[in-house]
Design a protein around this ligand. Sequence first.
Ligand code: FAD
Length: 282
Amino acid sequence: MKSLLSFFARRYIAGVDKLEAIDVARRLNAQHISATIDNLGENVKNAADAASSVREYTGLLDAIKDSGVDSTVSLKLTHLGLDISTELASGNAGAIIRKASEYGNFVRLDMESSAYTERTLGILRSLRETYPNVGVAIQSCLLRSADDVKKLIESGTSVRLVKGAYKEPPEIAFKDKKDVDANFSFLMKELLMKGVRTAVATHDETLIEEAIKFTKAMNIPSESFEFQMLLGIKRTLQKRLAAEGFKVRVYVPYGPDWLPYILRRLGERKENLFFVLKNIFD
Ligand SMILES: Cc1cc2nc3c(=O)[nH]c(=O)nc-3n(C[C@H](O)[C@H](O)[C@H](O)COP(=O)(O)OP(=O)(O)OC[C@H]3O[C@@H](n4cnc5c(N)ncnc54)[C@H](O)[C@@H]3O)c2cc1C
C-alpha cells in the first residue's frame, strides 16, 4: 500500500530533498511559471521537531537565494509547533519570515483545518506588525471567510483564496460544493477589486475563466493578481495561462512526510481514489 501511494505521490511531490524542489522550481521557471516551495509536515508534537522545521525552512530560503530560482515559500503553523503553543509557532514563523525578509522573499501561511483558523489569523496579524512579507490562505468553504477577507483587505494583507481541503463541521461551513464555488466567486471578485497581490488558487476552469473575464471588464491589471495551482495538477492549463501572459505560481511540496498531503489530494478527486483502489486489487 505504501509503495502504491508512493507511486501515486510522485506526480504531486517534487522529491524528499529541498534540492529536488529547487530543480522543479527551475523547470517551472523555464516555462515562465513561478513557484512556492513547501516543506511537507504538520502537527509536530514537540519543540525539537518544530525547531528542526525552522532549520529546514531557513536552509530552503538559502537554497532559493543561492540558486536564483523564482520562488516564495509556503508553510503550515502546526509544522512549527502550533499544537504545542501559539507563542512557539509565532516565534518560529517569525524567524523564517525575518530570514525571508532579509532575502526580499515572501512567506505564505497555509490555512489548516478550522481548529486553527483563529490562531493562524492572530499570528498573522502580530507578525505583520513587524514584517510586511507575509500573507495567508483563506478557504471559501468556511462561513466566516467573508468577514476574514474584509479585514485582510483593510489591512493590506495578500490573500491566497482556496476552496478548502479539510472536512469541516456543517455549522461553520458550506455543505454543498456549489455554495463553496459561489462563495469562491464572490470572495475572488472582492479580492481582485480591493486586495493586494491576490492569488486565485484553484484548478476550476470555470472560476479561472470568470477571473479572467472579470479582471478584463474591470480593467484590473494582470500584474496585480496571480493564478496558483498545485504541482502535478492541470499542467497544460498552467502552461497555457503563463503563455497568455498571466502570472502563474505552482505550489511545490517536498519532504519525506508526504502522506497527509497525498491523502488530501486523493480525497479531492474520485478518479484518484479509483486509481489507487484499482491497483490494490489488480
Ligand atoms: C496553490 C494552492 C494552495 C493551496 N493551499 C491550501 C491551503 O492553504 N489550505 C487549504 O485548505 N487548501 C489549500 N489548497 C487546496 C484547495 O483548498 C483545494 O482542496 C484544491 O485546490 C482542489 O480544489 P479546486 O479549487 O481545484 O476545485 P475542485 O472543484 O476540487 O477541482 C476542479 C478541478 O481540478 C482538478 N483537480 C482538483 N483536485 C485534483 C486532484 N487532487 N488531482 C487531480 N485533479 C484535481 C479536477 O479536474 C477538478 O475537476 C490549495 C490549493 C492550491 C491550488
